[in-house]
Every structure is written in structure tokens, then in C-alpha cells.
Design a protein around this ligand. Structure first.
Ligand SMILES: [Mg+2]
Length: 310
């Protein structure tokens, strides 16, 4: 694997995130009138241009725990360090956090172990574990499928332990691994439709839970109109919208901006799209001015370097 792919993924996450931060929670109608076409500052969180949020912070925290010799305890510790000590923040401040992640931080602070801290209710299925998964694309690429699934399940379950969140994370990492191995995006999409339901059944996952992913696993989502693509913080919405953005665009810039302009959870959707688009198009196709605007660019590139060498 090319070292640059590690750096590309992390840059892709940060760029997508930073593009979405100023318009997080804006609805689609607003963004139709005022589309984001460049990396702007301020807005929703009043942060300067290039500031990334929890999506990137937690991605970088996970990358650090992989470099450090992964255990869920190390990963949970990094999560606490981010929240309490501003570890891997863009500007020394945590200004964005999901509900489930916040609840779990309180649970962890009370001394519950990382293997038992995750929320398991239907309502806890925000995109907070999906948003941090992309370093696992690198880390798991050559591991057997059972190892990939089990580690993704473990990591997601620190915060998001419901099976819907676990499956969403697994689908995303598998999609990324397909791209990392040089497969064409539609080939990856079709291959997952063939292989994923059967694999999930081997893990005793119920048909009810598999059915949640029916649109991705059965239909040609690229043929769907935008008005049935949802972009809330619900993990299935984020995953589905992200794959739709990837399949319906042809370059990095178009993919991440399409994700932002869907509205609502703009930064998370765009950061997920940013990771996948980075694998398809690479850094050479990312607008240079965006790369140069993101906060802590050199630290992010160094992290990608260390992830490659770990
Ligand atoms: Mg965010």
C-alpha cells in the first residue's frame, strides 16, 4: 500500500468536516439558496475557516490508539482525553459532540469499562461511531473478515453498541477496504450486496437488523433522487447519504460539496464522504487551497505517516 493513502484518508476526513462545520444543522432548503462552494469560516460554531470538529478529532484519536497498539481501553482513554484535555482538537477546544458519545463519556468517567460502556438502545444509533472509523480501513485491510468484523464491533461498541451502528461501521470500513485495494466504486458496491448479508447471517445477526440496510444491500441507490436521501445524524441516514454522494459524483470536490449541501449533519456526512473520496481520487485531486486551509495540516500528515508505519 502507498503511504500516501493513509495521509489522504485523514486529510479527506478533515476537509469534509471543515467544509461542513460552518453550516451544520442548516436545512437543505437553505443550502439550495446558499450552497457551500468553498471552505468558509464562522457560521454555526463561529470557527475560522479550516476548523474541523469531533468527526476528525475522534478519527485522529482512533488513529493514535491504533499506532499505540490497539486496545479498546486505549481507544476509550483517548476519547476521554479529547473531551477533558482537548486532545486532538483543531484549536484547543471541543465545540461539537454527539448525544450518545457525551453520555458514554460520563459513563466511562464513572469507571465503567470500555467493553461495557456503549449504549444499546435504538435511539442511541447516531453516527458517532461511524464518524471515527476510517483509520480501521488501513489497519484492517489485510485481516480476515471475522477479525475485521470483531474489531469494528468492539470499537463501535465503546460508544455505539447497538447492532445497527455496528453494521453501519462494518459496511463503511468494508467499502473503504474495497476502494483501498483499487476496486472501482460500483464494483465495491455490488460486491458488498453479494457478500455482506450472508456474512452478517454467520454472525447471528437478525433479519430485522439486516433489513435496516436494505436500500444499500438491495437497490441501486445511485438511481435514487435527492429527495429520498436523508442527512440527519441517524447512522443509517449518514451511511446511505455518503455512499449515494460517492456513487453519484466524479471528483473529490463535487463529492464532499454534495454531502455538505444535503444539509443537517453536514460535517459528519462530508467527513465520511471525504474519507472514501480520498481513497478514490487521492490528494492530488483535492483542491490545494483546502488542504492548506485546514487546521494542523502538518500534524495530520504526520499522523498519517505514523499510521502507515505502525
Ligand atoms: Mg462534528
Amino acid at each position: 500500500m502507498n503511504k500516501n493513502k493513509c495521509i489522504d484518508i485523514l486529510l479527506g476526513v478533515a476537509i469534509g468536516d471543515a467544509l461542513g462545520v460552518p453550516v451544520e444543522f442548516k436545512n437543505r432548503e437553505y443550502l439550495k439558496e446558499n450552497p457551500v462552494i468553498d471552505m468558509i469560516g464562522f457560521g454555526t460554531h463561529n470557527q475560522p475557516a479550516g476548523t474541523w470538529s469531533d468527526d476528525s478529532s475522534l478519527t485522529f484519536c482512533l488513529a493514535e490508539s491504533l499506532i499505540d497498539g490497539y486496545t479498546i481501553e486505549k481507544s476509550a482513554n483517548n476519547l476521554l482525553k479529547w473531551y477533558s484535555e482537548n486532545y486532538w482538537t483543531a484549536d484547543g477546544e471541543v465545540f461539537d459532540i454527539g448525544n450518545t458519545t457525551l453520555k458514554v463519556i460520563i459513563i466511562l468517567k464513572c469507571g465503567v469499562s470500555a467493553s461495557e460502556s456503549g449504549l444499546t438502545t435504538e435511539q442511541s444509533n447516531g453516527n458517532g461511531s461511524l464518524m471515527r472509523m476510517s483509520p480501521l480501513i488501513i489497519y484492517l485491510k489485510d485481516k480476515p473478515i471475522e477479525t475485521r468484523y470483531n474489531l469494528i464491533k468492539e470499537e463501535s461498541s465503546i460508544t455505539h453498541a447497538h447492532m445497527v451502528s455496528v453494521i453501519a461501521c462494518f459496511y463503511f470500513v468494508e467499502f473503504g477496504i474495497g476502494l483501498l485495494k483499487g476496486k472501482e466504486k460500483f464494483e465495491v458496491y455490488k460486491e458488498l450486496q453479494k457478500t455482506m448479508p450472508d456474512f452478517l447471517r454467520t454472525q447471528s445477526i437478525s433479519e430485522k437488523e439486516i433489513k435496516y440496510f436494505e436500500r444499500l444491500l438491495v437497490s441501486n441507490i445511485n438511481e435514487d433522487e435527492e429527495d429520498i436521501i436523508f442527512s440527519t445524524g441517524y447512522v443509517i441516514h449518514t451511511l446511505t447519504a455518503s455512499i449515494w454522494c460517492i456513487l453519484t459524483t466524479n471528483n473529490f470536490e463535487e463529492a464532499v460539496l454534495k454531502a455538505v449541501n444535503l444539509g443537517q449533519d453536514t460535517d459528519t456526512t462530508a467527513s465520511i464522504v471525504g474519507a472514501l473520496a480520498a481513497l478514490i481520487y487521492g490528494q492530488s485531486q483535492m483542491p490545494e487551497k483546502w488542504i492548506n486551509t485546514i487546521k494542523r495540516k502538518d500534524d495530520i500528515m504526520d499522523l498519517g505517516d505514523r499510521l502507515f508505519n505502525s
